[in-house]
Design a protein around this ligand. Sequence first.
Ligand SMILES: Cc1cc2nc3c(=O)[nH]c(=O)nc-3n(C[C@H](O)[C@H](O)[C@H](O)COP(=O)(O)OP(=O)(O)OC[C@H]3O[C@@H](n4cnc5c(N)ncnc54)[C@H](O)[C@@H]3O)c2cc1C
Length: 469
Amino acid sequence: MSTFVVVGGDAAGMSAASKAKRDDPDLEVVVFEKGEWVSYGACGLPYYVKGEIQSLEELVSVTPEQFREERDIDLRTGHEVVDIDTDDRTVTARHDGGEVVQSYDHLLVATGARAVTPPIDGLDRSGVFTLGSMSDGKQLREYVARARESGDLQQPDRGPACQFLENCTGPVGIVGGGYIGVEMAEALAANGFEVHLFQRGDRVLKQFSEATSEAVLDHLDEQDVRVYLGADVEALAGDDAVAAVETADERVPVEMVLVGTGVRPRTDLAAAAGIELGETGAIATDAYRETNAPDVYAAGDCAEATHVVTGDPVYVPLALTANRHGRAVGQTVAGTPTEGGGVAGTAAVKAFEVEAARTGCLDHDEARAAGFDPLTETIEAKSRAGYYPEGGTVRVTLTVDRPTGRVLGGSLVSEYGEGAVHRSHALVGAVTEGVAVDELSNYDLAYAPPFNTTWDPVLTAAKVVDGTR
Ligand SMILES: Cc1cc2nc3c(=O)[nH]c(=O)nc-3n(C[C@H](O)[C@H](O)[C@H](O)COP(=O)(O)OP(=O)(O)OC[C@H]3O[C@@H](n4cnc5c(N)ncnc54)[C@H](O)[C@@H]3O)c2cc1C
């Protein structure tokens, strides 16, 4: 019997294990997970902290018992793999103070990512959090609950963000204006905290278009989130507990700080085993996710992928890629070689009452480096037929290659529920297939008054960009 060993029991690891076992029931599948949680949706953590999701268990899609009993997977939680020997084809895992050695025929490294530790003094003070794991989520939720109960600092007139409380607590700091920082601004403000968000660059959500960033920034302002742009946080000051966020220009008193400055691939284990890392710092693989070590694969947040527009290796640690690439590895190991496909860097975010999505290559320097001559235009259009009740606006940014018209990337923003995210799917198709913008403008998109105008904003954007190039 052939043995497939997986290191890491979340999106990539459990997708691979499940698919391999389903396609080849004779395969022995062993998963080592150092924690207690498997197959959990970290993406739901901000909404758990916010209070919209009541228990961490709700974030788990398949329980350890289900994997063991219904899927016949040998899942070993509380096992940290500390060594991979690619010559002997074994892994060594620590468990309960002892060690177990497991041989493999195929191995998947799916060790995920860890939160970046930025060079800021005072990260070890109490009251400083990150949000990378289920236990981080638990701690944050407990903090929120304690603060709400104590209600020490009450500021009765906190405006629209203070949805759940009559009296509000705070102030709190968020370091980082990426999607986790923005989602957590919503989660904390909804619980009545006065939120101060510090972003090093000149805009929030810098992976999105400038127009999207501006719209989200304006909305954060409407929701009373104080955003500090160009704010290089130098220290989280205080005694034992954090008491202030310090930048070169400001000292903002806070009771708590969430640090959300991005993630780095967790590669130590693979690197120590001689598995090559790519130029992004994540594990390098071929199109089948196989590393330089024979029959050793890597997928998910620990690995790099190929960008569908530039063809370059990129590091875009997101959930669908982890699931997709993990599943492809499972299928390959079970006997059907399967490529997991490239990535377009497609991402979505909700910020209070605004939603945004982005895909492809929006950055002009990156586009030029890949040999394109980028042109970017933004349009604003109604989200529904003018005569239809309610509705709002959608801003669509398109970046195209001027000479060929190829759609390189797009970014959309609308009021929540007005379709920026769902509209982005048409752009993902165009970006992935290398479609020209005039072809995009002729896409036969669905139309009915409650959903859009006859010419959907995406089509309008395509026509406008095509006309200006
Ligand atoms: C707060 C938050 C919000 C997010 N929101 C979104 C979102 O909205 N959309 C989106 O697409 N993505 C989102 N993500 C990212 C998404 O969660 C990840 O892309 C996805 O979880 C990656 O899956 P993975 O299996 O590669 O890695 P992980 O989920 O990190 O899992 C890796 C697992 O490996 C285990 N492990 C590591 N080392 C070892 C070892 N040596 N031995 C045994 N086990 C080990 C870890 O304990 C972990 O359980 C979010 C992430 C966070 C933290």
